[in-house]
Design a binder for this molecule. Structure first.
Ligand code: IMP
Ligand code: MG
Length: 177
């Protein structure tokens, strides 16, 4: 499908499934080399990262563990506006090599918050893998270690990413028309 319609909006294909799969395999290979002899904990950020995590994880040949978390955002009454909250981290990450797996880094607000929270718990290392990165939209001092694709600051769906809950199931990535 070259275009899809989700509610009131039309999206056109931007990155084909085959390209995505080959980038994911390349990232997995890099991680396999860089973490040789280590036992990393892959920490997926729900909901968006579930497909990227599944494809990445299938290509990892290390002894490793997996877990999922959420970062909830809600508008606080404080002047800072949005308040974030880390939910679902059951593991003790002290001394662990953590690889955060995310769908997209846009302003970087979410990852800035999450990475700071994780670092408070004294992991041995924390790296960030994201399938998409919008460098032109970045407002925070966040540098993803593994990036699938750098894209312009436009709204995208598919491969786990949604518009109002829809579109996560598509294998290609689409951009708003
Ligand atoms: P950030 O905190 O601005 O970096 O935004 C991160 C979160 O916003 C991501 O985890 C996504 O859930 C969502 N997001 C940002 N850009 C897009 C997009 O283009 N499509 C769908 N979701 C997006
Ligand atoms: Mg997300």
């Amino acid at each position: 499908m070259d275009t899809i319609k989700l509610k009131d909006k039309e999206f056109v294909v931007m990155i084909q499934a085959e390209e995505i799969q080959s980038r994911v395999k390349a990232i997995a290979n890099e991680i396999n080399l860089q973490y040789k002899g280590k036992q990393p904990l892959f920490l997926g950020v729900l909901n968006g990262a579930f497909l990227f995590m599944a494809d990445l994880f299938k290509n990892i040949n290390l002894l490793c563990e997996i877990s999922f978390i959420r970062v909830a955002s809600y508008s606080g009454t404080s002047s800072t506006g949005e308040v974030k909250n880390l939910i679902g981290l059951k593991e003790d990450i002290a001394g662990r090599h953590v690889i955060v797996v995310e769908d997209i880094v846009d302003t970087g607000d979410t990852m800035k918050y999450l990475l700071d929270e994780l670092k408070k718990q004294n992991p041995a290392s924390v790296k960030l893998a994201t399938i998409l990165f919008k460098p032109a939209a970045l407002k925070q001092d966040v540098k993803p270690d593994y990036v699938g694709f750098e894209i312009p600051p436009a709204f995208v769906v598919g491969y786990g990413l949604d518009y109002d809950g829809l579109g996560r199931n598509f294998n290609d990535i689409y951009v708003l028309k």
